[in-house]
Design a protein around this ligand. Sequence first.
Ligand SMILES: Cc1cc2nc3c(=O)[nH]c(=O)nc-3n(C[C@H](O)[C@H](O)[C@H](O)COP(=O)(O)O)c2cc1C
Length: 194
Amino acid sequence: MHAAGQELVLAITGGSGAAVGVRLLEVLAERGDAVHLIISQGAEIVIREETGRAIGDLKALATYYHAPHDMAAPLASGSYVAPNIRAMLVAPCSMKTLAAIASGFADNLIGRAADVILKEGKRLVLVPRESPLHAIHLENLLRLARLGVTIAPPIPPFYQRPTTISEMLDQIVGRILDQAGIHTDLTRRWSGLR
Ligand SMILES: Cc1cc2nc3c(=O)[nH]c(=O)nc-3n(C[C@H](O)[C@H](O)[C@H](O)COP(=O)(O)O)c2cc1C
């Protein structure tokens, strides 16, 4: 594992796959990374529906929690983000939040923090979740990919033959963290054919 102690933003939005965001939060907290957590209103509904987890328990795992309407949070300013933040993860990323980021429509802290991350040249990793994808979704993804944003959909590596959902989840989460420059032992690394 890399040295812990990174400062990151984790935004959980209302796409399906809330467990991915929750597991990311748990792993980062276990590592001792400083996590700025933002949970959208949409995500609160999906987290409850899909995981049954209490939102308060998740907030307690984060180093800092910022309400999505708190536009005065430090993350809303490049002067804080530039020297302090390593990367921002949006996981899962709803198509609404994707559209907001792709168009620079920063009407909540998630959109604003992503806007700041982009303008400061920091790493942005999106975990978009929708299926099927229509042309507007694809155009938004392409627009951001061309800016250097990492588009990492929560697709399980079936070639590793996962047998449980939690194993599949950890493989997905490990890959997402790789993209943020955080290399954990969650990911089973390919070492050639058996
Ligand atoms: C159970 C549930 C699952 C959802 N799954 C998705 C999804 O996979 N992708 C998506 O873009 N929106 C999904 N939505 C809709 C979003 O939550 C909704 O568009 C919300 O306004 C997104 O706002 P946010 O990005 O601020 O969280 C889902 C909603 C619910 C209640």
